[in-house]
Design a protein around this ligand. Structure first.
Ligand code: ADP
Length: 634
């Protein structure tokens, strides 16, 4: 047998996404190169967590035989930096899976986006998380030697790559459990081959890590010169951050810890750290990120908190502690009430889980309320990133509906901007004397909403209307029926009645006009037959001759479009056709004695109204034919 065979050595190509990641990372994270240490130490700490967790059910793996920790050492002559841990380690299959591919779905799309927006690469890559591969920012080759917990020393593996197209993998003997990562430094990475530089970076990034991070420090003689003698020296506090007293923790420490748990590069917007004793005994540390994760809207986006039980790490992405509309929240929960052998299945319908979920949800909502009150600019930044997800709240979380509604932001006729800055509370404050409803309009876009003919009478009467144009809004409004005791009223519904804002003389005049107009309404109804539900006079329009509205309890246009787009079969919406008797065109229609010509006017007005309402019409040719005949007579 040749040595190659005994060593079981093979060369394998990286998945193409890994190649792309390596290339982009080396070029765009260049100015932030020290983060590789944060990433590697973070992985080592996770490896220790995983070992402790597995030992809960298999005590063979770890009996407290050695303190779990991370060790850093360097060799300036050989130009290497080594990061070692005695955590869970990796098998050959693990290595191939974790250090040769990226398992996250949607990665291809992510990279397609990256190359289009070169300038933002470093920020985007930060949201994506680079982890282990960040070693290649400072190293031109990396060797990983790893032995999985519970396997004999001769079943360890070595991985080696120069970060280009491929890597090699072979069997080796390794005396100790865990992983050594040896970085062969590039010219630009040499600054890290210094005790002081390492101390500096470690204390910056790793103080909050729960296991000791030590470096090999050379002892100094009386004159301060390094000797050949050395010893391991602990650099960080090695106490899990959330177990410390709030008052002893600096903001920077909270921020660094966030980066460890979230794999995000940016600082969080806000956080909330709480220890609770009593019925439930737990600590929670919850963060709101500044940026939405790149895959937040993907169906298989991983969300949830890290779960610890009595300070032992149990699982990542425990989504049971947060409702889905708060899936952007990062952080952890450390419970003293759950059993150590808790599984996802047990968590699912567990009293403790439910009570913690309720408490964590309240905490996040309170944190957001506070932010909205104290720092509007920050809240606006939050809303831009997470507003769409927050809009899922009222449907999902009945218990906190009013609270969530208070956090929503919309555009409105009160501000001349598509930006969603108006809260329902501020709308209610501005309501007119006698107004008891919150008026809103849903449309396809801000432009369509802003220019809707339905707004004309609101403008005339000075009543504010909430403008909604996110796809989810129509659906949201099925669940959001009132706020602060005021009902919501869509302004495209037939039940809309603003007569209380009109004076008696006006009403009297309208009644008269309506009477005179009766025959026109009847003629229109006769012409249209069952193409519409009803024809009637309206006084709510100014520059528009006619509109269509739907009955209060019937499906509205936006909802029908939403369902159609989702491929559902939707019954045809039956509209009520409302005509403005004071409009020039309507007056001309009323004067038309010939029924055929009258019908053409009806076609044109109805066509217009449908176009304004739906953005399209079912039979454009009929509409165009009618228009052309009318024009020919001009
Ligand atoms: P992430 O940590 O975000 O999952 P990484 O690229 O940093 O991504 O690492 C990929 C995987 O490789 C990890 O999830 C882990 O399973 C494995 N891994 C990395 N470093 C270590 C280590 N020091 N010990 C054990 N496993 C590790």
């Amino acid at each position: 047998m040749s040595t190659a065979e005994t060593k079981n050595k093979e060369t394998r190509g990286f998945q193409s996404e890994v190649k792309q990641l390596l290339h982009l990372m080396i070029h765009s994270l260049y100015s932030n190169k020290e983060i590789f240490l944060r990433e590697l130490i973070s992985n080592a700490s996770d490896a220790a967590d995983k070992l402790r967790f597995q030992a809960l059910s298999n005590s063979e793996l770890y009996q407290g035989d050695a303190d779990l920790g991370v060790k850093l050492s360097f060799d300036a002559e050989k130009n290497t930096l080594t990061v070692s841990d005695n955590g869970i380690g990796m098998s050959r299959d693990d290595v191939i899976e974790h250090l040769g591919t990226i398992a996250k779905s949607g990665t291809k799309e992510f990279f397609a986006k990256l190359s289009e927006e070169q300038s933002k690469d470093s920020q985007l890559i930060g949201q994506f998380g680079v982890g282990f591969y960040s070693a290649f920012i400072v190293a031109d080759a990396v060797t990983v030697r790893t032995r999985a917990a519970g396997v004999p020393s001769d079943q360890a593996v070595q991985w080696h790559s120069a970060g280009e197209g491929d890597y090699t993998i072979e069997d080796i003997t390794k005396e100790t459990r865990g992983t050594d990562i040896v970085l062969h430094m590039r010219e630009e990475g040499k600054e890290f081959l210094s005790e002081w530089r390492l101390r500096d970076v470690i204390s910056k990034y790793s103080d909050h890590i729960g296991i000791p991070v030590t470096i090999w420090a050379l002892e100094r003689d009386d004159e301060g010169k390094e000797t050949e003698q050395g010893k391991w020296e602990q650099i960080n506090k090695a106490q899990a951050l959330w177990t410390r007293n709030k008052s002893d923790i600096k903001d920077e420490e909270y921020q660094e810890f966030y980066k460890h748990v979230s794999h995000d590069f940016a600082d969080p917007l806000v956080w909330s750290h709480n220890r609770v004793e009593g019925k439930n005994d737990y600590t929670s540390l919850l963060y709101i990120p500044a940026k939405a994760p790149w895959d937040m809207m993907n169906r298989d986006h991983k969300s949830g908190l890290k779960l610890y039980v009595q300070r032992v790490f149990i699982m990542d992405d425990a989504e049971q502690f947060m409702p889905s509309y708060l899936r952007f929240v990062r952080g952890l929960i450390d419970s003293n009430d759950l059993p150590l052998n808790v599984s996802r299945e047990i968590l699912q319908d567990n009293k403790v889980t439910q009570s913690l979920r309720g408490a964590c949800t309240k905490r996040v909502l309170t944190m957001l309320e506070r932010m909205a009150k104290n720092d509007q600019e920050k809240y606006q930044a939050f809303w831009k990133e997470f507003g769409l997800v927050m809009k899922e709240g009222p449907a999902e979380d009945m218990a906190n509906k009013e609270k969530v509604a208070g956090l929503l932001r919309f555009a409105s006729t009160d501000v001349d901007s598509a930006e969603q800055t108006v809260s329902l509370a501020s709308y209610v404050e501005r309501m007119k004397e006698g107004q008891d409803k919150i008026y809103y309009l849903t449309a396809d876009s801000y432009a369509a909403a802003k220019n809707s003919p339905h707004l004309e009478q609101f403008k005339a009467k000075g009543i504010e209307v909430v403008l909604m144009f996110d796809r989810i809004d129509e659906w949201l409004m099925n669940y959001l029926t009132e706020f602060d005791g005021k009902q919501f009223q869509s302004i495209t519904k037939a039940g809309l009645d603003l007569s209380k804002f009109e004076d008696e003389a006006e009403k009297e005049k309208q009644k008269e006009t309506e009477q005179e107009f009766k025959t026109v309404v009847e003629r229109t109804q006769t012409y249209l037959g069952d193409r519409v539900k009803e024809v009637r006079t309206t006084f709510k329009l100014a520059s528009t001759p006619a509109v269509v509205v739907t009955d209060d309890f019937e499906m509205g246009t936006q909802m029908a479009k939403l369902l159609e787009a989702a491929g559902q079969e939707v019954p045809e919406v039956k509209y009520i056709f409302e005509i403005n008797p004071e409009h020039e065109l309507v007056k001309r229609m009323a004067d038309e004695a010939d029924e055929e010509a009258f019908g053409r006017w009806v076609e044109v007005l109805l066509g217009q109204a449908m176009l304004a309402e739906r953005g399209s019409m079912t039979d454009p040719s009929q509409f165009l034919g009618a228009i052309n005949k009318l024009l020919a007579k001009v």
